[in-house]
Ligand binder design. Structure first.
Ligand code: DAT
Ligand code: MG
Length: 151
């Protein structure tokens, strides 16, 4: 049981569709701690670096176009098991296969417009937070709920 960090990002469709509050709420209510938050228009180079593992995929150019098509909401969340838990809250990559109750299962219909990103490992959580946030943009603070979340 280790404290982890994950990078969560509301993609341009989530912002345009007015889902920012709804999506942030789900992580807040679960009991994770927000340590970074900003609205950001992402340059192409950053999107390409973020998704570098998918560079050879046929959908890569459209993915980069999508991610850079409008502002995104960048977030860093901290907590025990937050990486895997956030992936569960988000749901499967294809929203039509995502379970009801998940963000994608409830709020999206297509892989190419799946409203939110979540890191897939603690290592990538660190890498992505480093990539998207500058020094001084993250806050360390005492989560007063902590003793009511874990015994
Ligand atoms: P996830 O976002 O669930 O971690 P991923 O890392 O495999 O999924 O892919 C990153 C994003 O790329 C995904 O959210 C949407 C897009 N993508 C993945 N597979 C795709 C496909 N077959 N067609 C179109 N877009 C795809
Ligand atoms: Mg991924």
């Amino acid at each position: 049981e280790e404290v982890e960090e994950t990078y969560i990002m509301i993609k341009p469709d989530g912002v345009q569709r007015g889902l920012v509050g709804e999506i942030i709420s789900r992580f807040e209510r679960k009991g994770f701690k927000l340590t970074g938050l900003k609205l950001f228009q992402c340059p192409k180079e950053l999107a390409e670096e973020h998704y570098k593992d998918l560079k050879t995929k046929p959908f890569f150019p459209k993915l980069i176009e999508y991610i850079t098509s409008g502002p995104v909401v960048c977030m860093a969340w901290e907590g025990v098991g937050v990486v895997a838990s956030a992936r569960k809250l988000i749901g499967a990559t294809n929203p039509l296969q995502a379970e009801p109750g998940t963000i994608r299962g409830d709020l999206a219909v297509q892989t190419g417009r799946n409203v939110v990103h979540g890191s897939d490992s603690p290592e990538n959580g660190k890498r992505e937070i480093d990539l998207w946030f500058k020094e001084g943009e993250l806050c360390q603070w005492v989560h007063v709920q902590a003793p009511w979340l874990r015994e």
